[in-house]
Design a protein around this ligand. Structure first.
Ligand SMILES: Cc1cc2nc3c(=O)[nH]c(=O)nc-3n(C[C@H](O)[C@H](O)[C@H](O)COP(=O)(O)O)c2cc1C
Length: 135
């Protein structure tokens, strides 16, 4: 499956290097820096550890937002993060980001990959029109 919007979004996340992932815990927003991003099968995946609070929050409520900034533009991604147990995606994520291999392996029972679902992507820039993409 080809989706130019997803490619644009993933390229922007890669370029930014760091993005900020917001989740919900009850009525409390939680936000932290993330850096993992991968396209597989037409989906945009991120990676984390099952032991982390972020995973617990997403299991209870998959709604999430991501914000990244690069080159005077910023991106807001809104959607749900859905767990995928596909081993091939875990392998591909660790291959794309080899520094993760110090902490994770595909069969460690901790590595978690999630893809964005029902995603809206909005690119912003001061002085330029806002670009809306439905992924
Ligand atoms: C630049 C940067 C990138 C990061 N990327 C990730 C990532 O992609 N996945 C991840 O699980 N943790 C990543 N971390 C670590 C998380 O921010 C950290 O574990 C955080 O505390 C997780 O949120 P939580 O405590 O709410 O579970 C990164 C940290 C930094 C500083």
């Amino acid at each position: 499956m080809e989706n130019k919007g997803i490619e644009k979004v993933c390229a922007f996340l890669d370029e930014a290097g760091t993005y900020y992932l917001a989740t919900v815990e009850g009525d409390q927003p939680r936000v932290r820096p993330f850096g993992t991003a991968l396209i597989s099968g037409g989906r945009l995946y991120i990676q984390t550890g099952k032991v982390k609070s972020v995973s617990r929050q997403l299991a209870a409520n998959p709604k999430a937002e991501i914000c990244a900034m690069s080159g005077g533009r910023w991106l807001r991604l809104t959607g749900e993060l859905v767990e995928d147990d596909d081993r091939a995606v875990k392998v591909a994520m660790l291959e794309k980001m080899p520094s993760l291999k110090r902490m994770y392996s595909p069969d460690d029972g901790n590595t978690l990959v999630l893809y964005l679902n029902n995603t809206k992507a909005v690119f912003y820039s001061f002085g330029a029109p806002i670009a809306n993409l439905d992924l």
